[in-house]
Ligand binder design. Sequence first.
Ligand code: NAG
Ligand code: NAG
Ligand code: NAG
Ligand code: NAG
Ligand code: NAG
Ligand code: NAG
Ligand code: NAG
Ligand code: NAG
Length: 338
Amino acid sequence: WISLSSLLVSLLTFWNPHPTAQLTIEPVPFDAAEGTDILLLVHNASQNTIGYYWFKGNTTEDSHEIISYSILTQNINTGPAFSGRETLYTNGSLLFTNVTKEDTGFYTLRILNNDLRPVLATGEFRVHEPVTPPHLTASNTTVAEGESVELTCVPNDTEISIQWLFNNKTLPLTDRMQLSLNNSILTINSVKKTDEGEYNCEVSNQIFSQKSNPIMLTVIAGPGGDDIPGGPSPGGLSPGAIAGIVIGVLAGVGLIAGLGYFLFFRKTGGASDQHDLTEHIPSASNHSPGPSDHSPDKGDDVAYSSLNFNIQELTQPSSPTSPSPTATETVYSELKKK
Ligand SMILES: *[C@@H]1O[C@H](CO)[C@@H](O)[C@H](O)[C@H]1NC(C)=O
Ligand SMILES: *[C@@H]1O[C@H](CO)[C@@H](O)[C@H](O)[C@H]1NC(C)=O
Ligand SMILES: *[C@@H]1O[C@H](CO)[C@@H](O)[C@H](O)[C@H]1NC(C)=O
Ligand SMILES: *[C@@H]1O[C@H](CO)[C@@H](O)[C@H](O)[C@H]1NC(C)=O
Ligand SMILES: *[C@@H]1O[C@H](CO)[C@@H](O)[C@H](O)[C@H]1NC(C)=O
Ligand SMILES: *[C@@H]1O[C@H](CO)[C@@H](O)[C@H](O)[C@H]1NC(C)=O
Ligand SMILES: *[C@@H]1O[C@H](CO)[C@@H](O)[C@H](O)[C@H]1NC(C)=O
Ligand SMILES: *[C@@H]1O[C@H](CO)[C@@H](O)[C@H](O)[C@H]1NC(C)=O
């Protein structure tokens, strides 16, 4: 035994190319889902290594030994902390299969070199459980402009962070909004019509995320507002849509009138401001496709398309303009719940 290792010591001493290289442990991956596998890779192990000893935790106490491998004897021994899910490779790397949340933590590797001086390195990984959907409540789902409203996210999980979604996209925080320390309460002060829409909170850890039930916030005209109180009439058009129609109709009328003038001026030999008229009228309706053909029977078509456009835009202020967000969306002042 002793003579054998002494022989190896003398032989291997000459073959150490990086005597000062730092022994390190790399977890692959660092964050993992329960039930998956994690490999603790050993880097910069000395060429003179004669044994690997793995321990659970930041310790080398015998009671925490998981598994060891002696290169000299080619023996693998399991320790008290061995779960049956660990596999030790001959290069020292340790594989964990079907990891559980309890596997989260530090792992220490002790390497024995041929000079019999142990070298230590510590690695760490985290195992995450699936999360369940949080529950979202609101102080009131119908609020008047200028009032404030409080949305409360109640998660069922620990060690999660909370994000807020508005119409399925990350909520853009305005200076009228404030979040509680752990993001669980969203307060919107001086509510505006633009705050109307669908709200969700979302809980996530490094691997999993879940969206809450949606809450539809309706904003009605505040005291002194010039809109009809009571919000949009059921199945009908919101005040905004009615305004849109009025604007659309006026724009259409203006357009027809403008075209009439234009045609009149063209027929009567034209005035110097004919060019100005045709430019100003389309910009008044904002969304007019712009009359490229000035023939009289096209006038009505142009007016209708401009009218339709206005209705569509104003009756769907909360329609999504992009697909659903992913779990990796940016988070504002995210805080971990401990
Ligand atoms: C190996 O050790 C050297 C010297 O300490 C260090 O620069 C290098 O990053 C180490 N490699 C790894 C993979 O840890
Ligand atoms: C060690 O062996 C394992 C299993 O063969 C392999 O996956 C790993 O890449 C090897 N290398 C290191 C640096 O551990
Ligand atoms: C391990 O424990 C030692 C002593 O208690 C400490 O100095 C070291 O920072 C710890 N390392 C880790 C990775 O926790
Ligand atoms: C993984 O572990 C769980 C318990 O933690 C067990 O129910 C399951 O059968 C295991 N799966 C495999 C493939 O070993
Ligand atoms: C909340 O979590 C517990 C376990 O942590 C689970 O049994 C329960 O089903 C969860 N409730 C909901 C509503 O997801
Ligand atoms: C919700 O807010 C509206 C508008 O301010 C108010 O009329 C209503 O009483 C509130 N409902 C509750 C339950 O607070
Ligand atoms: C948000 O997405 C859900 C499906 O993930 C869908 O049912 C809902 O209508 C969407 N809400 C909005 C406002 O787009
Ligand atoms: C957030 O903090 C409040 C108190 O500040 C506490 O009541 C609540 O349980 C916390 N929620 C989460 C998800 O941490």
